[in-house]
Design a protein around this ligand. Structure first.
Ligand code: SAM
Length: 328
């Protein structure tokens, strides 16, 4: 039985952030030198996450995405994922990664039970990648993508956030990847999260604009089927092997079909990415609460899950927690 919230949405998807740490410092996500990291005590232990996911699964959550920070930097992540995949009721576990450590871990991830991967990549140019991320790991990420292809992950989704004046001149290059390869390239609108010094609504490239750029280069896109439970509107270049997806939280929000809850690395259930309201589960977990209390808190998260976000109305306001701290 799926969970149903107060706005009649079926909630079956939990995003679990396992760390706020990341081996990249993307300018719009984890501004360099400005982010205070959680200490060991501050983050949920794997046992605590597994217990909470078990309760969520008993209520109707069936899909889990592991994210961060960068999930692959947390020690013990592979056995943890293996145990997550074994929780009764959890039928799908996927992972979001920046790909830096992927080539060495792809086989382990497959063995642990992951079949679907999202890889974030904001530039196909190594020097620009270094400017955006503060790291020269572009080649490592690319090796990770190629390794994921040979290991048989499917789909492999490449997430790109076009930001005006930063990387929006690479939109057609990213789309071109889908012509020859069975990759899903998804363009995600830049959101007012974390990057106070960067965020301005003009920096966001609306999905319609992204599509127009692609269609100028490749002609009209065809509709393509959606995969998974996400909000991506999928298309393809006629004859192309891969898929081009548009995720438009800003210009065409998909709140009425949102199926998600989030668990932050510091043990807060966050019912909506774009609302700072959170419910603490770390304290009750550490106080030795009963399973029933965790279930009550999960149900409460559904009660207070907002009907929609109000970004359009809030002008150039920016959320305080960075995406690396929420779990992207
Ligand atoms: N480290 C993993 C990764 O790179 O995929 C998981 C976490 S990362 C925070 C998840 C995604 O959030 C990345 O694709 C990043 O581009 C995206 N992101 C971060 N800040 C964002 C913002 N303000 N608007 C849109 N996407 C953002």
């Amino acid at each position: 039985m799926p969970l149903v919230d107060h706005h009649n949405r079926h909630i079956d998807y939990l995003r679990v952030s396992v760390t706020d740490r990341c081996n990249l410092s993307c300018v719009y996500c984890k501004p360099r030198g400005k982010v205070r990291l959680l200490d060991h005590q501050g983050i949920l232990r794997y046992e605590e996450i597994l217990r909470l996911v078990g309760r969520a699964a008993s209520l109707g959550i069936s899909h889990v995405r592991v994210t961060g920070g960068e999930p692959l930097v947390r020690r013990g992540i592979l056995p943890f994922i293996g145990r997550l995949c074994g929780i009764p009721g959890i039928s799908d576990v996927s992972l979001t990664t920046n790909g830096v450590l992927l080539s060495g871990m792809a086989e382990g991830l497959r063995a642990a039970g992951i079949t679907r991967l999202n890889i974030s990549l904001d530039s196909l140019r190594p020097e620009r990648f270094a400017e955006i991320t503060g790291s020269d790991a572009w080649a490592a990420v690319w090796r990770g993508i190629e390794k994921a292809e040979t290991c048989g992950f499917h789909p492999i989704k490449i997430n790109m956030v076009p930001v005006k004046g930063v990387n929006d001149d690479e939109i057609a290059d990213f789309a071109r990847l889908t012509v020859e390869r069975d990759l899903h390239v998804r363009f995600i609108e830049f959101m007012p999260i974390g990057a106070h010094d960067r965020w301005h609504s003009d920096a966001c490239v609306p999905a319609d604009e992204v599509r127009a750029v692609i269609e100028r280069e490749f002609g009209p896109l065809e509709a393509a089927a959606s995969h998974g439970v996400g909000p991506s509107r999928n298309h393809r270049v006629p004859g192309g092997k891969g898929v081009i997806g548009f995720i438009s939280p800003i210009t065409k929000h998909f709140c009425s079909t949102c199926r998600r809850l989030r668990l932050t690395a510091d043990g807060k259930i966050r019912p909506c990415l774009l609302s700072d309201t959170e419910i603490d589960v770390k304290s009750p977990l550490r106080a030795g609460c009963e399973d029933g209390e965790l279930e009550r808190l999960l149900k409460f998260a559904l009660e207070i899950k907002p009907e929609r976000h109000f970004i359009a109305e809030s002008g150039d306001q920016c959320f305080t927690r960075t995406m690396s701290k929420i779990g992207g």
